[in-house]
Write a protein that binds this ligand. Structure first.
Ligand code: PEP
Ligand code: MN
Length: 349
């Protein structure tokens, strides 16, 4: 990783470093951070001669050689000071909340509009709504591109940014063209490296963020962070990690709640952690406790399914969506707990 003395390299300087690393079979990938741009050396960056030549350039501050499989997302990376802005706040400075329906019902758009207003009223910073849905049963509703218009209309009506899941390259383009601020990679696709790469490429020159769910097939924590690295490696480090429950399941819960991995993630990566309690426990009655547990474990935010009338919803909403009053109370308590933690345990660290 090349750290220049200035905020970014001039085109001539970039050409020079690109030519040097090319002699050693490497390429340069600029990573645009909030404050400055750093330059990842893509390829085998261990050649001492290459490093010496780069270190000899008078506009280079230093070369950072982190021995990590996820050198951008690593907590020791120069990007550790990078901050992600979403929904009018900086993640890490306030508890971030994204909430909304699991699945937008294209036949009943008013449910989504009403839910979006209720979510805003409850204190959320962004709205979630599924346009394209990964469903276990191939004969159930798979989502509908028409719902993208409903999602964006809800965004216009509330003034809040939106998050939606993309499952294939075509979805990425449609979502970005429509103005979606946060692309969600679902648990089923979190290990789909071609999709991760496609998302990384598509958001490279944008401010778009990615909410990367944890796959139930992921083993070590490093596998989760490496998936984020796939996206960041194309130049946009706005990747948010989202634990959402894993296997084995506990009788009564949809998945095995995994908000407790938050401190482990935070030990290894600077990426914000936004926990999804809804898919974790899978039942509305258990979601508030799981949300608070996530905040107690140090989460930077929550992704919660909510619906004005859960029983009339589709997808996961009838079983796990919170009603607006429960959502509002959960957010209120979660924000209080976040402040308590911040002023107490965190301040004493
Ligand atoms: C969802 O957010 O509605 C969803 C399908 O999530 P996951 O990928 O975590 O199952
Ligand atoms: Mn869902």
């Amino acid at each position: 990783m090349i750290l220049p003395k200035t905020n970014r390299l001039t085109p001539e300087q970039l050409n020079e470093v690109t030519a040097i690393v090319a002699e050693f079979g490497c390429k340069i990938q600029p990573i645009i951070g909030a404050v400055r741009t750093i330059y990842a050396i893509v390829g085998d960056e261990r050649d001492e001669l290459m490093i010496n030549r780069l270190e000899g350039l008078d506009y280079v501050d230093r070369i950072d050689r982190i021995q990590s499989p996820f050198k951008l997302m690593d907590k020791r990376s120069d990007l550790a000071s990078h901050r992600i802005k979403l929904g009018g706040i900086v993640l890490g400075e306030e508890l971030f909340v994204v909430a909304g329906a699991c699945t937008i019902d294209p036949k009943n758009p008013n449910y989504f509009y009403e839910t979006a207003h209720a979510v805003k009223e409850a204190g959320a910073h962004a709205i979630r709504g599924g346009v394209w849905k990964p469903r276990t049963n191939p004969y159930t509703f798979q989502g509908d591109t028409k719902s993208l218009d409903i999602l964006m209309e809800a965004s216009r009506r509330t003034g809040l940014p939106v998050d939606t899941e993309v499952m294939e390259e075509a979805h990425i383009k449609l979502a970005l063209d429509a103005g979606v601020c946060c692309l969600q990679i679902g648990a089923r696709n979190a290990l789909n490296y071609s999709l991760l790469r496609a998302v990384g490429k598509a958001i490279a020159e944008r401010e778009t963020a990615v909410l990367l769910k944890r796959s139930i097939h992921m083993g070590p924590i490093s596998e989760f962070i490496s998936a984020a690295e796939y996206i960041a490696a194309f130049g946009n480090p706005n990747v948010i990690l989202c634990p959402r429950g894993t296997t084995p399941t506990i009788d009564g819960y949809r998945n095995h709640p995994d908000e407790s991995i938050t401190p482990l993630l935070k030990e290894k990566t600077w990426a914000p952690v936004v926990v999804d309690p809804s898919h974790s426990v899978g039942k509305a009655a258990y979601v508030p406790a799981c949300a608070l547990a996530a905040v107690a474990y140090g989460a930077d935010g929550l992704c919660i399914e909510a619906h004005v009338e859960p029983a009339k919803g589709i997808g996961d909403d009838p079983k796990q969506a919170l009603t607006p009053p429960v959502l509002a109370e959960t957010i209120r308590q979660a924000k209080q707990l976040w402040q308590l933690r911040r002023g107490g345990i965190e301040a004493k660290k």
